[in-house]
Design a protein around this ligand. Structure first.
Ligand SMILES: Cc1ncc(COP(=O)(O)O)c(C=O)c1O
Length: 344
């Protein structure tokens, strides 16, 4: 029996088209210099055009893309303004402090949307006793709130406030295409409010690995040096880049299916005894559910015995849909929840 793995969308395996493209790329000559590989250059041009940015850089992980963006703008002693549940704060091993000498200035937020008066105050450079605000970091979709979307209007407001203070914005768009699908706009509309944007090729888009940092040409040129400094000067990278091209070309338009599956999971879980879930809060491909009669760990272990894998997360469990989670897999997962919650 093959398990149904709902722990994360990075678990999704590449599609047959990606595997074929990688096999073809493996036989092409490799570029030698950091920007000389033809397949990588095609991916970077496609990513830049998709997001409406001048240039883009292929990097191993979205965390590296985020940390390069922070390093591009923050000097030691600077702060980047963000919220406490941002991935750059919760899950990047204090890399901004270690690699850039930068500290987050945490302001209140709801589901990734920053409190605007607090943002305005945090962007005020103040006097010499205060750290310099050098960057704003937004995250869309917002993973710790369960893949909630930050609205275009909010991104616009953040962009305007930051621009008025001459502070650039970085968008951690690990799942920007999920946000765009849910908000009904092209990803470039979300990217427009940020100077730099990162996104994963290997989450909802299903590539085996890799991420992108997109932005102005001069910054991306500098990002090549920082990527090297952070150990990310990967060569040859044409094989994963080939899968990334297929991901961007073929996997964006189907994300709405993942969102529909997530909503159905949330709706049916909400109707079960012993677990809380909120279909209205399930805007993209992440479902947060909270068991009420057993611990998240016990639920996770019970489901695992039935070959359904979920992740204990934020006091509950997390389920993430992706292209390998079919409607049949959703039915099987829901049956497993019923069995475990009934004490079976
Ligand atoms: C919002 C967000 N940003 C960044 C990352 C980091 O991605 P990676 O695992 O490619 O470093 C993740 C990973 O889950 C994420 O959810």
């Amino acid at each position: 029996m093959t398990s149904i793995d709902l722990r994360s969308d990075f678990i999704a395996r590449p599609t047959p088209d990606m595997v074929e493209a990688m096999a073809r790329a493996a036989l092409l000559p490799c570029g030698f210099g950091p920007r000389e590989d033809e397949t990588v250059s095609r991916l970077e041009a496609l990513a830049a055009a998709t997001l409406g940015k001048e240039d883009a850089l292929f990097v191993p992980t979205c965390m590296m893309a985020n940390q390069i963006a922070i390093h591009l703008r923050c000097r030691p002693g600077d702060v980047f303004v963000t919220e406490g549940d941002a991935h750059v704060v919760t899950s990047e091993s204090a890399a901004a402090a270690a690699l850039s000498g930068a500290m987050p200035r945490i302001i209140p937020a709801v589901n990734g949307a920053l409190e605007l008066p607090a943002l305005a105050a945090a962007l005020d450079a103040g006097d010499a006793q205060r750290a310099r605000p050098a960057l704003v970091v937004l995250e869309n979709t917002h993973v710790r709130s369960g893949g909630r979307c930050v609205s275009l209007r909010h991104m616009h407001s953040v962009g305007d406030l930051a621009a008025a203070k001459n502070v650039p914005v970085h968008l951690d768009g690990a799942r920007i295409f999920n946000a765009a699908a849910a908000l009904g706009c092209p990803a470039r509309d979300l990217a427009a409010y940020a100077e730099t944007v990162s996104f994963n090729l290997n989450k909802g888009l299903g590539a085996p690995l890799g991420a992108i940092l997109a932005g102005p040409a001069a910054l991306i040129a500098e990002a090549v040096r920082i990527r090297q400094m952070f150990g990310g000067g990967w060569r040859p990278a044409g094989i994963p880049a080939a899968a990334g091209i297929i991901a961007l070309e073929t996997m964006v338009d189907r994300l709405a299916d993942d969102h529909a599956n997530a909503r159905r999971l949330a709706g049916e879980l909400a109707a079960m005894a012993g677990i809380d879930a909120d279909p209205a809060a399930t805007e993209t491909n992440i479902v947060l559910a909270r068991p009420t009669t057993m611990t998240p760990d016990a639920l996770t272990a019970g489901l695992a015995r039935l070959e359904v894998l979920v992740l204990p997360f934020a006091g509950g469990v997390r389920l993430v849909t992706h292209h390998e989670i079919t409607t049949d897999a959703v039915d099987t997962a829901l049956a497993a929840f019923r069995t475990v919650l009934a004490g079976g």
